[in-house]
Design a protein around this ligand. Structure first.
Ligand SMILES: [Zn+2]
Length: 491
């Protein structure tokens, strides 16, 4: 397989400069032609129209910004806090890591990957060079086999330190590890746990809601399995008969156990299972509780609840958990925006649907993070939700979903609105032996830095900020905002 010709961001930058030079020439020559071309015949008129289009196109290229090299070099040195990732644990021969995601996508009907995440992305070749000293400009099977051997050698040499070694080489100081459970090699100094709490939302018979899409059928089976695991960890055999007992014997103890085991936040992948619309702020909290209690006790022993009443119970549980998370000092993470699987329901993943949680006065002590910042169609809306005092967004996933150029446009929107609420994230995940979490980590870390540099260069050139402020904003997005939010002690 032939991998593209651009190997490094420097080469990309020099190509950008060439395009800029060509555009300047085409703008000038286009203007000259426009002035001298007579408009006396139809052909002349058409030519003139085409030239206007060429000149406009050239202008738009002129407006596309490249990163200030000095600023980019400074940004490259920042050791980042990764707000969201799925690093694998180290496994022995024959052992498997099933805990890297509560809802893994690989068992689903296969779909196409977005272009940036495909193996032919030249950034992966650059990652092999940077991480493992890869010497080739192609990805021929022999060369890739050599690469995998080189990787295995470093893994053996580093042993239990390998995951730390990877973080050092991708420029990450601390990574929030969104996993069902932590594991070998994920040193708690470098990897902070973010467990999943969706299972707690679905205590009843799920067969009515699980049939909505083929993917959800699989996802609900995972949630049911996880709820059993959480119950077992708490030493419980069966579901309590009443909602109050479920809250006091299962939900609160599960959250407290997660906190004790080092969790800094909890994560909901609810957008894969239902809409993020958790209903309006309850006008009558006692009535909402009564309704939830009735549904729980009626169906906990059997029967399939109707969707509206089950959804109201889930809404109640979500608000209860969010409140408890605030009490325990755990931030609440939500998947927002584009998700995996060919049956994913994008409309239900719009972060604007979370507004009633953000506007709930009883939840203002809970910090919410819109993971992926509405990745894809909703990133602009996400920027304006950051006005809420307890709401943050990370740009994880966007780092492998879109190019650094496209990401820079999103980041400029965010940096120009509420820069104190922006968090860097990779959303790295285990993948194939040759393009695995290490390469995705390197690619996303690089793209994030390039995108930040492009956005901040534009703001500098437009006179919005000084060079010093540009670097400060980069530090906030890559590091400082996260250390403040989670109270991390870092360098
Ligand atoms: Zn993720």
């Amino acid at each position: 397989m032939e991998i593209g010709k651009l190997q490094s961001s420097n080469e990309l930058l020099s190509v950008g400069e060439e395009i800029l030079e060509i555009s300047v020439i085409s703008v000038i020559s286009g203007m000259v032609l426009l002035a001298i071309l007579p408009d006396f015949c139809k052909l002349g008129h058409m030519l003139k129209k085409m030239l206007v289009a060429v000149v406009l196109l050239a202008f738009s290229v002129l407006h596309a910004q490249t990163a200030d090299p000095q600023l980019l070099a400074e940004i490259q040195k920042i050791k980042a806090i990764d707000n969201h990732s799925h690093p694998p644990k180290l496994v022995s021969v024959g052992e498997k890591d099933d805990d890297f995601d509560a809802l893994p996508c690989d068992p689903l009907e296969p779909g196409d990957l977005p272009v940036v995440a495909r193996p032919e992305n030249p950034q992966f070749l650059a990652a092999w060079k940077a991480l493992y000293g890869y010497r080739y400009d192609d990805a021929s099977p022999d060369h890739v086999r050599e690469l995998v051997r080189a990787k295995q050698k470093i893994m053996q040499q580093q042993d239990d330190n390998y995951s730390n070694w990877v973080l050092d080489h991708v420029g990450i100081e601390v990574e929030l590890a969104n996993r069902v459970a932590m594991g070998r090699g994920l040193n708690p100094q470098r990897f902070r746990w973010v467990p999943f709490d969706d299972p707690l939302l679905f205590p009843l018979n799920n067969s009515g809601v699980a049939n909505e899409t083929p993917d959800r059928k699989f996802f609900y089976s995972r949630e049911e399995m996880l709820l059993k695991r959480y119950m077992k960890d708490l030493g419980l055999n069966g579901m309590p008969a009443a909602l109050d007992q479920y809250l006091s014997q299962v939900v609160t103890p599960a959250l407290e156990a997660q906190k004790r085991q080092g969790a800094v936040a909890i994560k909901f992948e609810a957008a894969y299972l239902r809409s993020l619309d958790f209903g309006p702020v309850p006008a009558d909290p006692a009535a909402a509780l009564g309704d939830a209690q009735r549904t729980y006790s009626r169906f906990i022993t059997g029967g399939i609840p109707a969707k509206p009443e089950y959804v109201r119970l889930q809404d109640y549980l979500l608000r209860y958990i969010a409140h408890e998370a605030g009490r325990l000092g755990l931030a609440v993470h939500f998947h927002t925006g584009f998700g995996c699987g060919t049956y994913f329901i994008l409309a239900g993943a719009n972060p604007v649907l979370l507004e009633s949680l953000f506007n709930d006065p009883t939840l203002r002590k809970t910090n919410f993070v819109m993971l992926h910042g509405g990745a894809g169609p909703f990133s602009q809306q996400a920027a304006y939700l950051l006005a809420k005092p307890n709401v943050y967004a990370d740009f994880s996933e966007q780092t492998w979903l879109t190019s650094s150029r496209k990401l820079s446009e999103v980041l400029r929107d965010w940096l120009e609105s509420f820069p104190e609420k922006i968090l860097f994230g990779t959303d790295l995940y285990p993948n194939t032996p040759e393009i695995n979490w290490e390469e995705v980590g390197w690619q996303t870390s690089q793209s994030a830095r390039e995108a930040l540099a492009i956005a901040l260069t534009g703001m500098m050139q437009d006179g919005e900020i000084t060079r010093a402020r540009a670097l400060e904003l980069a530090r906030m997005a890559l590091h400082d905002n996260a250390t403040k939010l989670y109270g991390l002690q870092t360098h």
